[in-house]
Design a protein around this ligand. Structure first.
Ligand code: PEP
Ligand code: MN
Length: 263
């Protein structure tokens, strides 16, 4: 179902009035984790003014260490709901488990499946059964074929609104957190009709590299970008090292707009 041979043309995932996979580059920006009402609203304003369509923000956080901040959970969902009403931004947030699926689906416009859950087949089947677009991140060490098979799991349950998200894979390189596989863009475009967006924040793990990789992704044909932004990265409860300050994010958003016109 995810394969190019199954469908002519490209899939456009409609999220309200926003089209993912259409002519426009879609931007999903926001903090790694929702930390407080103040933090969320501050970032949301920046994201909104920059012209992004989506606000991202995790409230159920998959953390490598169980002692790290794991998100505001239900309280965070309510904050996302509030910020969505206030700004009109679409919300994308991660669902980690089938237990929270109903609640997350109620408050989000797009359900994010994180890299660590790309092969959580039970979760994939459950999101496949509901009518809500899914952002499927590539697994930490997954091949493109495995990733497309994960999309297949969702689609064969009836949900065809799948957006792929390349977020870097684990290699022997340690200069960056992950190795962002930009060649996934042409490979996916050749083999699948699904839209693909790029997450240069997790892809590099270093805020200084986010701008270069964002522009490269757009030039390579990505349908959108997912970028982490934090008002004070040094104090962030997760992924501060890869989060852009509002001024840097604004500058990047402007560059992307210019680039998108020529791509
Ligand atoms: C995230 O988007 O904050 C996240 C946890 O991403 P990934 O699943 O790609 O690590
Ligand atoms: Mn993150």
């Amino acid at each position: 179902l995810a394969s190019r041979t199954f469908k002519n043309g490209n899939t456009i995932v409609k999220v309200g009035n926003v089209e993912v996979g259409g002519d426009e580059i879609v931007i999903m920006a926001g903090p790694c984790a929702v930390e407080s009402r103040e933090q969320l609203f501050e970032v949301a304003e920046v994201v909104k003014i920059s012209g992004a369509q989506f606000l991202r923000g995790g409230v159920y956080k998959p953390r490598t260490s169980p002692y790290s901040f794991k998100g505001l959970k239900e309280q965070g969902l309510l904050l996302l709901d509030e910020v969505k009403r206030a700004t009109g931004l679409k919300i994308v947030t991660e669902v980690m488990s089938t237990e929270n699926l109903e609640a997350v689906a109620q408050y989000s416009d797009v359900l994010q499946i994180g890299a660590r859950n790309m092969q959580n087949f039970n979760l994939l089947e459950e999101v496949g059964k509901i009518k809500k677009p899914v952002l499927l991140k590539r697994g930490l060490s997954s091949t493109i074929e495995e990733w497309l098979n994960a999309a297949e799991y969702i689609m064969c349950e009836g949900n065809y609104d799948v957006i792929l998200c390349e977020r870097g894979i684990r290699t022997f390189e340690t200069a960056t957190r992950n190795t962002l596989d930009l060649s996934a863009i042409p490979v996916i475009k050749e083999n699948s009709h699904l839209p693909i967006i790029i997450d240069p924040s997790h892809g590099t793990g270093v805020w200084k590299y986010v701008c270069a990789m964002s522009k490269a992704a757009v030039a390579a044909g990505a349908d959108g970008l997912m970028i982490e932004v934090h008002p004070n990265p040094l104090e962030a409860l997760s992924d501060g090292a890869q989060s852009l300050r509002p001024d840097k994010y604004n500058a990047l958003a402007r560059e992307i707009k210019v680039l998108a016109e020529v791509c």
